[in-house]
Design a protein around this ligand. Structure first.
Ligand code: IMP
Ligand code: MG
Length: 226
């Protein structure tokens, strides 16, 4: 009997993902030590990545969720993106990392960055598990990348095809049986986290010295030894 998983070619194993998520979380914990970090995750694709990422952070953080729908017909691309930034908390002056499952054309990120920058945030970087740089249509700086992949349609670990496959613990390429699947696995890269600089966002509200000192005092008690 044919199943949903018949045309899935494994691209990144569960172990490879977990190793890389630990590396990403370690780097973010160092970069944001003593800062007031807010992670904003793009639903639905980023939900499993976020859950693993936050459990590997050694610094405090807050989490918010936003929903993005890019009107796709299956694997077809469309540049129409609708973002629901229904964030109740005040994000003015916050240090933000957007957490994404995959960056493809870049339109979703570009739209979200625009929305956030209008709210006077302090800084914004992007952390994505997967990046398809060859599919980019609009500039979108991504600071923390788990894996760079070729321009294939990826599913699993939160990513879907028509709402299916999100529950796979690994990343697979969705394709008809293809003899070059092994070659594509070799094209998966783990780029240097700092290879692209985050766009600075003009600060509109800067916390007072006193507020910062108090935050650092609280956070230094929280931090666990690695
Ligand atoms: P972008 O706006 O083209 O960068 O696309 C971002 C969104 O499209 C992601 O958040 C995913 O929901 C979806 N997407 C893009 N490429 C893939 C893929 O290979 N597999 C699954 N979803 C994808
Ligand atoms: Mg989708």
């Amino acid at each position: 009997m044919e199943t949903l998983f018949d045309n899935c070619r494994p691209l990144i194993t569960s172990e490879e993902i977990q190793d890389r998520v630990r590396e990403l979380a370690g780097r973010i914990s160092d970069d944001y030590y003593g800062k007031d970090l807010l992670l904003i995750v793009l639903l639905k694709g980023g939900f499993i990545f976020l859950a693993d990422l936050v459990r590997n952070l050694t610094i405090p953080c807050e989490v918010e969720f936003v929903t993005a729908s890019s009107y796709r017909d299956g694997v077809q691309r469309s540049i129409e993106v609708e973002i629901d930034v229904n964030i109740k908390s005040n994000i003015t002056g916050r240090e933000i990392i957007i957490v994404e499952g995959i960056v493809d054309t870049g339109h979703t990120l570009a739209n979200l960055m625009r929305e956030l920058s209008e709210r006077g945030i302090q800084s914004c970087r992007v952390c994505t598990l997967l990046d398809k740089p060859s599919a980019r249509q609009i500039k979108a700086d991504v600071h923390y990348v788990g894996f760079e992949i070729p321009d294939v349609f990826a599913v699993g670990y939160g990513l879907d095809f028509m709402e299916q496959y999100r529950n796979l613990s690994y990343i697979a390429e969705l394709s008809p049986a293809s003899p070059d699947a092994t070659i594509r696995r070799e094209l998966v890269k783990r780029p240097d986290f700092a290879s692209t600089a985050a766009e600075p966002v003009e600060p509109s509200v800067i916390p007072s010295e006193g507020e910062l000192a108090e935050k650092h005092r609280r956070q230094s008690r929280f931090r666990m030894d690695k």
